[in-house]
Each structure stands twice: as C-alpha cells, then as structure tokens.
Ligand binder design. Sequence first.
Ligand code: UDX
Ligand code: ADP
Length: 448
Amino acid sequence: MNSRPKKIVCIGAGYVGGPTMAVIAARCPDVQVMVLDLNAERIAAWNSDNLPVFEPGLREIVRQVRGRNLHFHPQAQGVSALAEADVVFISVQTPTKTTGEGAGKASDLQYVEACALLIAEHARGHTIVVEKSTMPVRAAERIQQILSTTQAGSTFAVLSNPEFLAEGTAIRDLEHPDRVLIGGEDPAAVAALKSIYASWVSPEKILTTGLWSAELSKLAANAFLAQRVSSINSLSALCEKTGAEVSEVAKVVGADSRIGPKFLQASVGFGGSCFQKDLLSLIYLCEHYALPEVAAYWQGVVDINEWQKRRFAEAVQQASVNRRVAVLGLAFKKDTNDFRESASLSVCRRLLQSGLEVIAYDPRVDGQRFAAELASPSHFSIATTAAQALAGAGAVAVLTEWDEFRSIPWATAKLSPGAVICDGRNIVDRLAVQQAGYGLRVIGSAVP
Ligand code: UDX
Ligand code: ADP
C-alpha cells in the first residue's frame, strides 16, 4: 500500500501518543485517528476538560479535533478498530527493566510486545506498524516476530518513527519539527507514512533511513543532548571552586557556531523519562556487543548526573539553618506536569532520608502522586503557593525553572532568619535575595 492512510490507531495515550495524535488529527482532517489505552481513567481524562497531560497549546488542539477525527477509547472498547487501521502506532512506555536479564539498564519491552500481540490478533489485511516509543536497536525484529504469529493471514510492514518532541514544548516541536525520522525497509510503507507528515512538514525535513539506523539515531540524539548537560554540569562544579560563572562560560563556549548555544544550561541534573533510560539502554547495547570502552564513555554522562543531584542535596542539607526545607519545583522541567526521574524526586528523597522536613510547591505537578513515589513521605507536605512553602524554611531548594520562581518577592518571604536559598537552576533574582538578607548558593557560581 502506498496510498495515503485513512485510518490510524495509536496504542498508548501518554505524553507522546496523546499530543502526537492530536497534531496529526489537526493537520490531516481527512484521516481518522483513534487512540487506545489500557488505562480507562486516562482515556476518560483525555475525553474531559482536564487532560492528563499538561502541554502549552494542547488543550486548544484537542478541543478543535476531538470528536471530529480524533477519538479516545479504552482499549477493550476500541480494539476492533485495529481490523480497519491502515497504520498502527505503538506509543507505550519502555522503562528500564527492574528484573531479569539486563535489569537496571536494558529497556523493558513487555508493553511493546503486548501491543504487537494485540495487533497480530486483531489486524486484518495489510497494516503498517510504527514504533513511536524509543526502542533499543533491533526491537523491530522482535515486533516482526510477534506479528508473524497472526492466525488471520494478515501482512505487516514495521517502521521506526521515533518522536523527538520535548515535554513542555511538545506542540511546537510537533508542528515545527527540526526533522521527522522514518526508518524502514519497505518503500511503500515509508511513502505512506511520509504522506501523513508531508501534510505540514517540508519534504527535506523528513529523513528516511534503515530501521536499525532510525532506532539507534533516537538513542544517539538523546545521549548527545544529555552529554551536553553533563558536560556543563561537570564544569559548574569547577566554576564554584574557581570563581568563574558557568553561565558566562556557557555563553562563550556556545557562541562557537560549531558548538551552538542550546542545552548548555547548568542545572541540578537532567530528569525526565527519556535521557537516563535511553543512556542506560545505549550502555546495555554496547556491553551486549562487547564494546566496554564505549559503554564506559556514556556511563560517565549518567554518573555526572547522579553526582550533580547528590552534591546539590548535600549542599542544601549543609546550608539549612533549621530542619525545614522548602522545595520549589517538582516537575523535571518547566511547563510540564511530568516528574518522572526528576531531580526533585532524587533531592527530596535524600533530604527526607537525612531527617529533614520538606514542604514543596509546584504549579502543575499533582503533589499526592509525587508523594506516592517517596519511600518515607511522612515528613513531606505540599503547599498550594510558593509563599506557603517558604514560610519558616531554613533553606530553599529551587529545582525547576518555572517562570514564577524568577520573581519571588524575597523581601516579603517569611523564611527563617539566615535561611539560605540554593538555586539549582540559576534563575533566582540574586540582588533581591541579598537585599532581603538571606544567603544564596547557585549552581556554577561562587557568588555571593
Ligand atoms: C528529551 C529530548 O529533548 C527530546 O528530543 C526527546 O524526544 C525526549 O527526551 P525531554 O526529556 O522532554 O526531551 O526534555 P528536555 O528539554 O530534553 O530536558 C531534559 C532534562 O534536561 C530536563 O530535566 C531539563 O531541565 C534538563 N536540561 C536541559 C538541563 O538541565 N540543561 C539544559 O541546558 C537543557
Ligand atoms: P510516553 O511518555 O512514552 O508517552 P506514558 O507512560 O506517558 O509514556 O504513556 C504510555 C501509555 O501507554 C500509558 O497510558 C499506558 O497505560 C499505555 N499502555 C501501556 N501498555 C499498553 C497496552 N498494552 N495497551 C494499551 N495501552 C498501553
């Protein structure tokens, strides 16, 4: 089949599947898009005004296309749509394995395999199956193997179409991507998927490669981005010792057009569901293919990130003038409600372990869900405003770069006298803190 697909099904209504399908539906009004998820509660939220994913611009797009050519259904009710689908996207989680071979490093493909089984059972005729979730190299082989068990005489073409959107800017990234990547060995299937993206992406930005290159490119892109953050974070420690300012160093280094200015913002450490997981998956692959030197190289990126989070938590512990620490920001970055692998999770766990009391504020994260991820949440509480979190605190840890944290009125904040603000994002108004008489520690700066 090389004609334009008319019916798309996406399995997985998460941070990737939901926004991606919303933009496809908006840009391709002639295509019917159905999103399925095992989690009926999540589907109900997608069908409500309270979407399960917070992304600037997402709500407006969903309102425009939901019920027109975008439909969300619990898997049990919508599974029959697979029989008529021209294209099925697999957009489920691929977390790091916690047990079995490769535990702690390899990606867990059980959710992907369950999708492949479902497709094998329900698809009819010819179906293009698209890996949207980030997969380890040669995962498509496993999907193909499972699809070939179909009893219905169906045929399949498997493509890799990894998503490069970043959370917080998902809609912008989907609407104006740097590139779209389609990996596959079946030209007709590649052309069919290309015709969907060509509705709004210029052809020179749609890159086509072999399957394995596509799978590896996605891991490589995330590894390169994470490496830049670890590189600048490693230098942030040296700046603190030498009196250099990491933001000045980053500006100068990034002004070299060969290096570029993006992703050089020193921080308390990268978080999110992708960087660490994809680095570990890459490391596992290198070990699997007996490339220990390459594995060790990328392991260094993970190690610096762990060290950065740890040394920040230790700095907060040492700085606090009492047992109460205010945490500003739980999300792994601004403009998202996602806190998976966030630096905040790691820092809060350490602070609680050391016996401190933590009161946290985040404008978007569901505090109860965050607390459920902590081993000892009894000394953890949630404030509904930044001012409430700050009251009486002996130290403040600024962990997410939410815009509102740039302009906290420190003069009226009721911190404990002598309290210290530890800025893990280099966004706090230094003068305002100094004028209010509080101490300040900033990642990558020896000031004040
Ligand atoms: C990343 C990739 O950017 C995206 O292309 C891929 O599809 C998924 O993984 P995401 O994890 O959503 O996206 O966000 P990203 O903007 O990459 O930030 C990741 C982490 O790095 C965040 O915790 C962020 O705060 C941190 N970061 C980023 C820094 O600490 N400094 C920087 O300069 C940039
Ligand atoms: P991502 O960030 O990759 O989008 P999420 O965890 O946000 O990952 O979303 C993945 C979604 O996939 C979840 O809502 C989960 O319920 C759903 N899911 C996982 N396995 C299956 C499956 N076999 N069938 C349908 N949905 C699934």
